[in-house]
Design a protein around this ligand. Structure first.
Ligand SMILES: Cc1cc2nc3c(=O)[nH]c(=O)nc-3n(C[C@H](O)[C@H](O)[C@H](O)COP(=O)(O)OP(=O)(O)OC[C@H]3O[C@@H](n4cnc5c(N)ncnc54)[C@H](O)[C@@H]3O)c2cc1C
Length: 397
């Protein structure tokens, strides 16, 4: 049996960052990873360019039942700290939008950076290994695997969430956390496209491929205050694009999504003006000034109102304006773990130290990254959480 000061389960963003810091602290560290390659989610992140941080990171960009838990770690390892590391490796990057930092070239550069740092700090990474059972006896954790056995004075769980199972994602972290006394806040897919029932989908499918650059989306529920202004994409299954991914993390079954397709335009006012200035104009032609032709026609079909604007009642114009500025759509679900970027919920952070990330249930056990009930908005926040929680735990080991 190979013994280490620290055994880390999961060579993803959080696990590797934790390993680097623990290695710097002089600890002997092994990271066990079930995949053939480390950090597969980094590889596919940000469309292959990895949105590795967001300079607007603060607690308001995270969803958790314990809203202040993330503050301490985020303060101790900031976006600037990670950017400094990226600079040291001469990786070119750019701010795309809304504080989101992406590699110019490839997400692989971030993986290479982390693996190089691991090597420099003496971290051993064992791949293609499946943990079968974990025991803790006399203060030592023993991991029984499908290959060699490993033991450690400290055990770090960094196995992430179950989204994208084909990338090796699993729910094992929750099972082990429960074994060691932890409770789990309900998990569900987040940052995920929304789908529609067949009759609704039939209509939306007509619009597949159309995107709108700037919509405002919210949930039709007074208790849910979040609104997002970003792009929306119609797909053949339903709705996607950054605005929808963001609001999906707040949406609950049975609630409608409210879409303002022109948040900077009072459509009723514009319709009244158009009716007065150009009464012979057809409604769908007027709408085509704002939208792709297909979408303009779709609005008239959905409302069953078209024709010359001059003869239209204010009531009809209001109905059109409502669809443009307050369109209520009722998703029947989401694409689920198959395409979700994150998993909401996770290990209850009230049972974890926000300083060291050590479990308050089992001494020597640490839990970091997406496995915890801390989920970032879209835009680089989830990696910043992985870096920050991994750093804090690594320094404490
Ligand atoms: C398509 C996609 C794009 C994304 N893009 C971005 C982005 O651009 N910016 C951003 O901030 N976030 C992005 N995210 C989210 C981000 O990838 C995650 O939040 C982040 O990777 C979580 O880090 P983690 O270390 O906690 O978990 P992970 O990175 O998921 O790492 C967990 C590791 O544990 C391993 N593991 C799982 N089960 C076992 C087991 N039984 N035994 C051993 N090892 C195991 C996994 O193989 C994996 O290597 C994206 C996610 C997806 C799916």
């Amino acid at each position: 049996m190979a013994h280490f000061d620290v055994v880390i389960l999961g060579a993803g963003a959080a696990g590797l960052m934790c390993a680097i810091e623990a290695g710097k602290n002089g600890r002997s560290v092994v990271v066990l990873e079930r995949n053939r390659h480390a950090a597969q989610k980094i590889r596919i992140s940000g469309g292959g360019r990895c949105n590795f941080t967001n300079i607007n990171t603060d607690k308001t960009k995270f969803i958790s039942e314990n809203k202040n838990f993330c503050i301490s770690a985020l303060k101790r390892y900031t976006p600037q700290d990670f950017i400094k590391l990226v600079d040291e490796y001469k990786i070119d990057y750019h701010e795309k939008t809304l504080g989101q930092y992406f590699c110019d070239d490839s997400a692989m550069q971030i993986i290479e950076l982390l693996l190089d740092q691991c090597e420099q700090n003496g971290v051993e990474i064992v791949k293609q290994i499946e943990v079968k059972k974990i025991e803790k006896n006399d203060g030592i954790f023993t991991l029984i695997t499908d290959a060699e056995e490993y033991s450690g004075d400290k055990l770090v769980l960094a196995t992430g969430g179950p989204s994208i199972p084909k990338m090796g994602a699993s729910s094992i972290g929750y099972i082990i956390a429960k074994q060691f006394g932890h409770s789990i806040i309900d998990i569900r897919p987040g940052l995920v496209p929304l789908t529609f029932s067949d009759d609704m989908k039939g209509y939306i499918a007509v619009l597949a491929g159309i995107s709108i650059d700037n919509v405002e989306v919210s949930v039709a529920d007074k208790k849910i205050k979040q609104k997002f202004r970003e792009a929306l994409l119609f797909t053949h299954r339903g709705l996607s694009g950054p605005a929808i991914l963001q609001i999906s993390s707040f949406w609950r079954e049975g609630k409608a999504i409210v879409i303002n397709m022109l948040p900077d335009v009072d459509m009723f006012e514009q319709l009244l003006k158009a009716k007065k200035d150009n009464p012979k104009q057809l409604l769908h032609n007027m709408l085509s000034k704002y939208f792709a032709k297909k979408l303009a026609v779709y609005i008239t079909e959905e409302t069953d109102i078209d024709g010359q604007m001059g003869g239209m009642s204010d009531k009809k114009l209001q109905k059109i304006a409502d669809m443009v500025n307050r369109w209520h759509v009722m998703p029947n679900g989401s694409e689920g773990n198959r395409t979700a970027e994150v998993t909401l919920g996770g290990v209850n952070t009230k049972e974890i130290s926000s300083q060291s990330f050590e479990s308050q249930k089992t001494e020597g056990l640490y839990i970091i990254g997406e496995l915890l009930d801390v989920t970032g908005y879209l835009g680089g926040y989830n990696f910043q959480w992985a870096w920050a929680s991994g750093y804090a735990a690594g320094r404490a080991l």
